[in-house]
Design a protein around this ligand. Structure first.
Ligand SMILES: Cc1ncc(COP(=O)(O)O)c(C=O)c1O
Length: 478
């Protein structure tokens, strides 16, 4: 809540008048609306009533407000004086545009975390500070030569990073590519945005896993796409089901997250990968392989990417540093045929002239540094430890009330609650107890499912967090 600054040279009444004028001009008090009384405002701002009277006088003299005996003080309908001028209706503008707002549950979680940073966070899909290579990155940033030029770079991305990504993909994902087929993006999220905005048209139908991270993105609806779910079990989607979906809805593209899927943690078995590629090539359908988690495999196994098995060029591959290093770097990549990369780089130029060169330099150095491999090993070990802590805590706090499959990589655990409870009530109760999670319906499932992310919470808080969640659940099923 704003308060006037008692140490400022500007008199209190002037500060208050300026503050009110700003709130009025931003549309918080629209023309004709009633302002709080002088007494109430004085109480709120911690000043004498006489100071507020002075401030009101100031605004009245500018024609911004009007006081009528017996009916309080109103914002003038012609508030800028003799010539009628109206504040734009910002609220209506804020509701305009083609970009839909985030899902209400996700907004509620963000708001709860902002209001109470002590909440134990099983909701944010990222790594905790101790899992990120902060020391290594700080050192690499310090070792950067001072830049000789900081003009606009190529919108496709900084060349040394494209080269580093090409060699990373060869080494870790079996993908043979060159820097001309790599587009640097501001994370996988931007790759998805570019694909939905530039390669698809309103009305196009796309298939996604059900449940899926992609359900949580109003970005698909904002682009006017029709989305259809491919039911997924512990092994991910059953590729044969694509055929009937294509027949019914003329699917244009398939989005999959085959390694330690968000939210289920599922790993698509090799035979299903082969089948998926076979069906896609038979139908001439492109597949977007969204692959942020593969390198978190706790056993360090190199599971083949779809892209590495793709003989006909059906796969657009996207990845990022978010889940294996630091989400705040906002560095991601896409591998695609050159015509697609050119098209998307051209769009990047119109949108933002490409990603800032500085995080790209840091990312290139990190990927090529001797720190990368030991960091991955440490990350895998610590994620396995956190997963085990979470599972032990769930067994202890909620025996028989919860079912899950144990993920072999990634940062998410997908749980079914045995007595089905209302998602919204459970989330509110959990927030009250001091913990947040994401209700499964955000990812397209029925209520009664929960996604616990164990990447973000501190290891020492996992047991307490689950105990709080158990209290919340029990309060609802009592
Ligand atoms: C499957 C999947 N794709 C894409 C993203 C976006 O990640 P980023 O833009 O940070 O790379 C996420 C983040 O949670 C994800 O889980």
């Amino acid at each position: 809540m704003w308060k006037p600054d008692r140490h400022s040279k500007k008199p209190l009444y002037e500060q208050i008048a300026d503050h009110l004028e700003q709130r009025i001009s931003y549309g918080e008090f629209p023309p004709g609306s009633l302002l709080p009384s002088e007494r109430k405002l004085a109480e709120q701002l911690g000043v004498n009533r006489s100071t507020v009277i002075l401030a009101f006088g100031e605004l009245r003299s500018m024609g911004i407000i009007e006081s009528r005996p017996g009916s309080g003080t109103h914002v003038s309908k012609y508030k800028w004086g003799a010539v009628p001028k109206h504040t734009p209706n910002w609220k209506r503008y804020a509701e305009g545009g083609s970009f839909l707002p985030n899902l209400p549950f996700l907004r509620r979680i963000r708001e709860a975390l902002q209001q109470n940073p002590d909440l134990i966070d099983f909701a944010s899909g990222e790594l905790s500070a101790d899992l990120s290579p902060l020391g290594e990155i700080t050192e690499l940033m310090g070792a950067q030569p001072s830049p000789s030029y900081l003009g606009y770079d190529h919108p496709q991305g900084y060349m040394p990073l494209r080269q580093a990504v090409a060699s990373y993909l060869d080494r870790y994902r079996g993908v043979q590519t060159t820097e001309s087929s790599v587009l640097i993006t501001s994370g996988s999220q931007q790759s998805l945005y570019l694909i939905t905005q530039c390669l698809l048209s309103p009305g196009d139908a796309v298939a996604i896993e059900d449940p899926s991270y992609h359900y949580s993105l109003p970005m698909f609806q904002s682009a006017g796409l029709r989305i259809f779910g491919l039911p997924a079990d512990e092994g991910g989607i059953r590729p044969e089901e694509i055929r009937s979906l294509v027949k019914k809805h003329r699917i244009k593209m398939i989005f999959v997250n085959p390694n330690f899927q968000n939210p289920t943690g599922a790993l698509l078995p090799d035979d299903r990968r082969g089948k998926l590629l076979e069906i896609a090539s038979e139908l001439g359908l492109p597949i977007v392989e969204d692959d942020p988690y593969s390198l978190t495999d706790y056993d360090g196994l190199d599971r083949p990417s779809l892209k590495s098995m793709d003989r006909v060029g059906s796969v657009l591959y996207i990845g990022s540093l978010s889940k294996i290093a630091a989400s705040g770097l906002r560095v991601g990549w896409m591998v695609a045929p050159h015509s697609i990369v050119e098209r998307l780089a051209d769009a990047r130029q119109q949108m933002d002239f490409g990603l800032s060169v500085i995080p790209q330099q840091v990312a290139a150095r990190f990927l090529e540094s001797p720190y990368f491999e030991p960091h991955l090993e440490r990350l895998r070990m610590q994620l396995r430890l956190k997963r085990d802590l979470l599972i032990d805590a769930l067994h202890q706090a909620l025996p028989k009330l919860i079912r899950f499959h144990v993920p072999q990589g990634g940062i998410h655990l997908w749980c079914q609650l045995v007595p089905e409870v209302n998602d919204a009530k459970l989330l509110e109760e959990a927030i009250k107890k001091g913990v947040v999670f994401v209700p499964g319906s955000v990812y397209g499932s029925d209520s009664g499912y929960v996604r616990f992310t164990f990447g973000r919470a501190k290891a020492e808080n996992i047991g307490t967090g689950i105990a709080k969640f158990a209290e919340a659940l029990r309060a609802l099923i009592r």
